[in-house]
Design a binder for this molecule. Structure first.
Ligand code: FAD
Ligand code: NAD
Length: 467
C-alpha cells in the first residue's frame, strides 16, 4: 500500500492547486478524482466553458448589432453555427484540463482515477469500476466541491428542465428559455442564449437580481440586460414546473399573490449549488457535517479530525474558484507548518455578463446594516473617452470609504472589462489604501481604469474631474 504525506480528494481549482502547493513544499502527494478528466466543476462544466460561450456569443452580438456603428458592413447574413460554437467550447475545456494533467506530472503528483471514500481517518479506498485500491494518507484534504441545487418540487429531466451542466452543451438554441434564479449562472447563461436569439425570461424570488451584490449593480445590470432583450420577473415565487412533450410550464406567484405562468421549450434551474459529499463515507473517519451538508471546518480549515482538512465549495463561504484555490494553498502551507492567512473580505466576486459586474469588500447595504459611517464616490463609464471609443458606455465604478479615515471599504463596478479592473481595488484594499491614495495615482489615458481614479476623487471630497 502506498503512503502519502497528503491525499487530496477532488481535482477542481481547490484540489489541484492544493496538490501543486503540497508538492512544491516537498510533500509526497496524491490526488484522487472520480472522473477521468481533472479540473472539477470549474474547468469542465463551470467557469471555463461558460466563459467560452459568453465570449463566442458576445462576438456574434457585436457583429449583428454593433459592427455597423463602427462602419463595418458584412455582405449577406451573419449566422451562428451553434454546433461549432459548442465544439469550440469543448476544445477550450480540453486544452485547459490537459494543462492540469501536465502540471500534475511536472510536480510529480500521483493521480488516481476513481471514487475516493474514507475507510478510516488515514486510509482512503479508491474505486474505479470493479477495481479497488487503498492508499494511506497522513493528511487528507477534502475538495469534493458542489453540485447544482434544485427546488423540492422540480424534477430535473436534464433534457428540457436543466441545470448549468446541460445548458453548456445543448444541441440547439432554445426558442424560449425560462431561467429560475437571477443569480450568476442564470444571468451568464441567460445572456448567452439571449444573444443567440432565444427569448429569455428570468424568474427571480428576490426583489432584485444578483441579490448578494451592491443594489446599484443589480439595477444597472438589469437595465442593460433589459435593453438587450432579456425579460425579468422579480419577486416571483416559483411553485411548479412541469413538462409535456417539448413544452415546459413554470408556475409562479407574484408579490400580489397572483399566479403567473411561463411556457418555454427549456427551463434552466439556477437557484444555487449544494456541497457534495456523496460516496465519500465521511462517517468512517468520524468527520462532522453541518446541517446544510457542508464539511464543518475551523479557521484553519481543519475538520473535527485533526489530520483531515476541507476546502472550496464543500465548506462555508462563497462558491468561487479563486476562493477554493486560495484555501488549497492555505491548507498546504498549514500542513507544512507555515502560518498563512486569507482575508475573505478581499475575495472579489465577478459576473461575466456584458457589461461585466465586479465587487470587492462591503456593499452599501452591508455598511448601513453595520452602522458604519461611509462616503460614496461614483463615476459613470459613459463619461470616459475610452468607453465612447469602444461604444461600451453602460456602468459605473463606485468606491465606498470610511467617513473618518478615508480607508476604502468596498469597490463595486459595472462595465466593460471590470472583471479585470477589480484587481486594482483588491490591491488597494489589501494595502489598506485610502480613496485619496487611489485618486493620487496616475491612471493611463484613455482606459476604463480612469473610472476608478475618478470614483476615488469623488469619494475623497467630491472632486471628480470629468463630470
Ligand atoms: P469542484 O470544482 O466542484 O471540484 C470537485 C471535484 O471533486 C470534482 O471534479 C468531483 O468530480 C470530485 N469529487 C467529488 N467527490 C469525489 C470523490 N468522492 N472522489 C473523487 N473525486 C470526487 N467560479 C468562479 O470563480 N468564476 C467563474 O466564472 C465561475 N463560473 C461558474 C460557472 C458555472 C456554470 C458553474 C456551475 C460554476 C462556476 N463557478 C465559477 C464556481 C466554481 O466552478 C466553483 O466554485 C469551483 O469549481 C469550486 O472548486 P472546488 O475545487 O471546491 O470543487
Ligand atoms: P446564486 O446563488 O448566484 O443565484 C441563485 C438565485 O436564485 C438567487 O438570486 C436567488 O434569490 C434565486 N432563487 C433561489 N430560490 C429561488 C426560487 N425558489 N425561485 C426563484 N429564484 C430563486 O446561484 P447560481 O447562479 O445557481 O450559482 C451557484 C454558484 O456558482 C454561486 O455560488 C456562484 O458563486 C457560483 N458561480 C460563480 C460564477 C462567477 O463567479 N462568475 C458563475 C457561475 C456560478
Amino acid at each position: 500500500m502506498s503512503t502519502y504525506d497528503v491525499a487530496i480528494i477532488g481535482s477542481g481549482p481547490g484540489g489541484y492547486v492544493a496538490a501543486i502547493r503540497c508538492a512544491q513544499l516537498g510533500m509526497k502527494t496524491a490526488i484522487i478524482e472520480k472522473y477521468n478528466v481533472l479540473g472539477g466543476t470549474c474547468l469542465n462544466v463551470g467557469c471555463i466553458p461558460s466563459k467560452a460561450l459568453l465570449d463566442s456569443s458576445h462576438h456574434y452580438e457585436e457583429a449583428i448589432k454593433h459592427f455597423e456603428d463602427h462602419g463595418i458592413e458584412i455582405p449577406g447574413d451573419i449566422k451562428v453555427n451553434f454546433k461549432k460554437m459548442v465544439e469550440r467550447k469543448a476544445s477550450v475545456v480540453e486544452q485547459t484540463t490537459k494543462g492540469i494533467e501536465f502540471l500534475m506530472n511536472k510536480n510529480k503528483i500521483d493521480v488516481f482515477t476513481g471514487m475516493g471514500a474514507f475507510k478510516d481517518a488515514t486510509h482512503i479506498e479508491i474505486t474505479e469500476g470493479e477495481k479497488k485500491q487503498t492508499i494511506e494518507a497522513k493528511n487528507t484534504i477534502i475538495a469534493t466541491g458542489s453540485k447544482p441545487a434544485t427546488l423540492p418540487f422540480i424534477k430535473l429531466d436534464k433534457e428540457r428542465i436543466i441545470t448549468s451542466t446541460e445548458a453548456l452543451s445543448l444541441k440547439e438554441i432554445p426558442k424560449h428559455l425560462v431561467v429560475i434564479g437571477g443569480g450568476v449562472i442564470g444571468l451568464e447563461l441567460g445572456q448567452v442564449y439571449s444573444r443567440l436569439g432565444a427569448e429569455v425570461s428570468v424568474v427571480e424570488y428576490m426583489d432584485r437580481i444578483i441579490p448578494t451584490m451592491d443594489a446599484a449593480q443589480s439595477k444597472e445590470l438589469m437595465k442593460a440586460m433589459k435593453k438587450q432583450g432579456v425579460k425579468f420577473y422579480l419577486s416571483h415565487k416559483v411553485s411548479a414546473v412541469s413538462k409535456k412533450g417539448k413544452e415546459v410550464t413554470i408556475t409562479a406567484t407574484d408579490k400580489k399573490d397572483k399566479e403567473v405562468t411561463f411556457k418555454g421549450d427549456y427551463c434552466l434551474v439556477s437557484v444555487g449549488r449544494k456541497p457534495y459529499t456523496d460516496g465519500l463515507k465521511v462517517e468512517n473517519a468520524g468527520i462532522k457535517i453541518t446541517e446544510r451538508g457542508m464539511i464543518d471546518v475551523n479557521d484553519h480549515l481543519q475538520t473535527n479530525i485533526k489530520n483531515i482538512y476541507a476546502i472550496g465549495d464543500v465548506i462555508r463561504g462563497a462558491m468561487l474558484a479563486h476562493k477554493a484555490s486560495e484555501e488549497g494553498t492555505l491548507v498546504a502551507e498549514i500542513i507544512a507548518g507555515q502560518k498563512p492567512h486569507i482575508d475573505y473580505n478581499l475575495i472579489p466576486g465577478v459576473v461575466y455578463t456584458w457589461p461585466e459586474v465586479a465587487s470587492v469588500g462591503k456593499t452599501e447595504e452591508q455598511l448601513k446594516d453595520a452602522n458604519v459611517e461611509y462616503k460614496a464616490g461614483q463615476f459613470p463609464m459613459r463619461a470616459l473617452g475610452r468607453s465612447r471609443a469602444s461604444g461600451d458606455i453602460d456602468g459605473f465604478v463606485k468606491i465606498l470609504s470610511d467617513k473618518k479615515t478615508d480607508e476604502v471599504l468596498g469597490v463595486h463596478m459595472v462595465g466593460a472589462r471590470v472583471a479585470d479592473l477589480i484587481a486594482e481595488a483588491v490591491v488597494a484594499m489589501e494595502f489598506r489604501a485610502s480613496a485619496e491614495d487611489i485618486a493620487r495615482m496616475s491612471h493611463a489615458h484613455p482606459t476604463y481604469a480612469e473610472a476608478v481614479k475618478e470614483a476615488a476623487l469623488a469619494a475623497t471630497d467630491d472632486r471628480a474631474l470629468h463630470i
